[in-house]
Design a protein around this ligand. Structure first.
Ligand code: GLY
Length: 575
């Protein structure tokens, strides 16, 4: 026992040393020119690869791998980099989930989802008539959940990291302090929310500019660099305590928010059991509650397995109809039963029972829609400003990491912490403000996802690893709110059933159904012939903006292929 304690103290000392040792004020040379870089959509690599929403973040990850870091190190460095170079979704002010399959063949997940503040309460987003008010749950200070990203990255590092944490943060400090050229897409995003940044920030931030943002403008984030430096110097306490925590709480006080020093100090990420299931010769590992992603994916593949989807063919009328009917049933269960497992009892045994899953699809009739009202009721409109981000990494040692993080909407709550330079999430909107009131993604909820202090809001993020012969085969995920799940489902089926290339699996037009509203959402380019045939059966369609930004790494006999989605600035790197 004494020996164990001794060993524990020694290992704690070692962890402290690797976390805190001499965080250099002066970061190393940039890996690539941050003022002149290109987007690389596809990389074929022999040893290791990364893919993320931004070329600079992917390059940071690649360099960490080259200097001997493992996939977990690279994913941590990339997450910090995304917080700098991809402010619309990359973050330290949000939360997310990590799914890891390690070189020993074990799967792990880390939940660093945001939590409701201690002062939050069930009716906080209702007006005096009891109606849900989306403007309060989606924008501004009250919409902010207690951020989990920094805690999650430290937990991942303590358990699985190899290089000192400071080496993982330093590239981002440099990018924030010295700046980088923004892409056209980022310029458009910043312009789109310019007025909101003015409205919700109580102190001017780097995101507010007199002239219009344009591609190539240099974004310098001195306050964010200082925050990252504090995290680098002090570890998690550099975010959850001390100056950064004081700045967050001061921001809350100025803007009418409710996050306190206790909320920040109490925040703890959690290791959770992964959702793991087999589909034909594949084993699929994904995120469990409080993300509905893995559970729904297991239900959806369970329903799919009894149909000859391969024979139907890619986006044939039969395949699309079946996948729509499967999604409809899975999303209905999400609404009814799911919430934070630390607070509500979710009947997972039942929801994942093979018989139950098959029973769900038994009433499916080819050629005829099952109206959503016959599965469950409710009405809503899907809004189109979901923002989240995904990164995938595989290393030389055989570790694979799939991470999806979010600040929820595009640029989150649009609140920038005055003096600390980072954007806060608007994740409180992922709770069900009231049964039957749709959230940002048009998703409904019940009591199981009602607001309670310290509870985690239900998510749809689905970072996933598909194993073949027990080894990582696909490492994937995407942003997109409720569409995350249907995008991941389609991407996997496109590869393993329809034999599409990874690029086509990502880039071909997608479709989406989420039970309510009873509509099939389609992207530009979706087949008119298939749409017409399904309309004749009675399905209704709605065209919408691009769905997701899927990142996939595929590891096969031919080597490693990393591909970023054409819909964004997504970029791959490898060696
Ligand atoms: N904020 C989107 C999600 O967590 O599903």
């Amino acid at each position: 026992m004494k020996m164990q304690k001794h060993l524990y103290l020694l290992s704690s000392l070692f962890v402290s040393l690797i976390v805190f040792s001499s965080c250099s004020q002066k970061a190393k040379e940039p890996f690539i020119d941050p003022f002149n870089y290109s987007i690389v959509k596809k990389v074929e690599a022999e040893n290791a690869a990364v893919v993320s929403a931004h070329p600079l973040a992917s390059e940071v990850g690649k360099q960490i791998l080259i200097k001997g870091g493992n996939a977990i190190d690279a994913s941590i460095a990339m997450q910090y980099a995304l917080a700098v170079v991809f402010p619309n979704a990359g973050n330290i002010g949000g939360g997310g989930f990590m799914v890891l399959h390690d070189k020993y063949g074990n799967s792990h997940t880390i939940d660093f989802r945001e939590k409701a503040p201690l002062a939050a309460h069930k009716d906080m987003f209702l007006d005096e008539d009891g109606n849900a008010v989306a403007t309060i749950s989606q924008d501004g200070h009250l919409s902010v959940g207690v951020p989990g990203t920094v805690g999650g990255l430290f937990l991942a590092h303590r358990k699985f990291g190899k290089l000192p944490m400071k080496e993982l943060i330093e590239p981002s400090i440099k990018l924030a302090r010295e700046g980088f050229a923004i892409t056209e897409m980022e310029a458009k995003g910043l312009e789109r929310v310019a007025n909101d940044f003015r409205k919700y920030s109580t102190i001017p931030s780097a995101f507010i500019k007199e002239e219009k943002w344009q591609a190539g403008d240099i974004l310098v984030q001195e306050d964010l660099a200082n925050t990252l430096q504090r995290i680098c110097d002090e570890g998690e306490a550099g975010f959850y305590e001390g100056e950064t925590a004081d700045l967050i709480v001061a921001e809350m006080a100025r803007g009418g928010g409710i996050i306190t020093l206790d909320d920040l100090k109490n925040y703890k990420p959690v290791e959770r059991e992964p959702v793991q299931f087999s589909y034909k010769e594949y084993d699929i590992v994904s995120m469990g509650l409080p993300s509905s992603g893995g559970v729904l994916l297991q239900q959806m593949f369970g329903m799919l397995e009894v149909y000859p989807i391969k024979e139907f063919g890619f986006q044939s009328v039969e395949a699309v109809q079946l996948m729509v009917e499967i999604s409809r049933r899975a999303f209905a269960d999400r609404t009814e039963h799911m919430g934070d497992p630390d607070f509500v009892s979710v009947p997972l045994d039942k929801l994942l029972d093979r018989e139950y899953i098959l029973q769900r699809i038994i009433d499916f009739t080819p050629g005829k829609p099952t109206p959503s009202s016959a599965v469950k009721g409710g009405l809503m409109q899907l809004q189109e400003k979901e923002e989240t981000t995904h990164l995938s990494v595989v290393d030389e040692e055989g570790n694979a990491v799939s991470v999806t993080t979010t600040i929820n909407g595009l640029y989150g709550s649009r609140v920038v912490v005055g003096g600390a330079g980072f954007i806060l999430n608007n994740e409180m909107d992922d709770f069900s403000a009231k049964p039957g009131a749709p959230n940002l993604f048009g998703l409904l909820g019940t009591e199981s996802n009602a607001i309670e202090p310290e509870k985690r809001m239900l998510s749809t993020m689905t970072p996933t690893i598909v194993l073949k012969d027990k080894k990582p085969f696909l490492v994937l995920g995407t942003p997109g709110g409720s569409t995350i799940l249907t995008s991941v489902f389609q991407a996997i089926i496109n590869i393993i059933e329809f034999d599409l290339s990874v690029e086509d699996a990502i880039n071909k037009p997608k479709f989406h159904h989420q039970w309510q509203p009873d509509l099939i959402y389609i992207e530009e380019g979706f087949s008119e012939t298939v749409k017409n045939s399904l309309e004749e059966m009675g399905y209704e369609f709605k065209r919408r903006s691009p769905i997701g930004q899927t990142e996939i790494i595929m590891i096969s006999d031919k080597g490693i292929e990393a591909v970023g989605d054409k819909r964004g600035d997504d970029s791959a790197a490898g060696y």
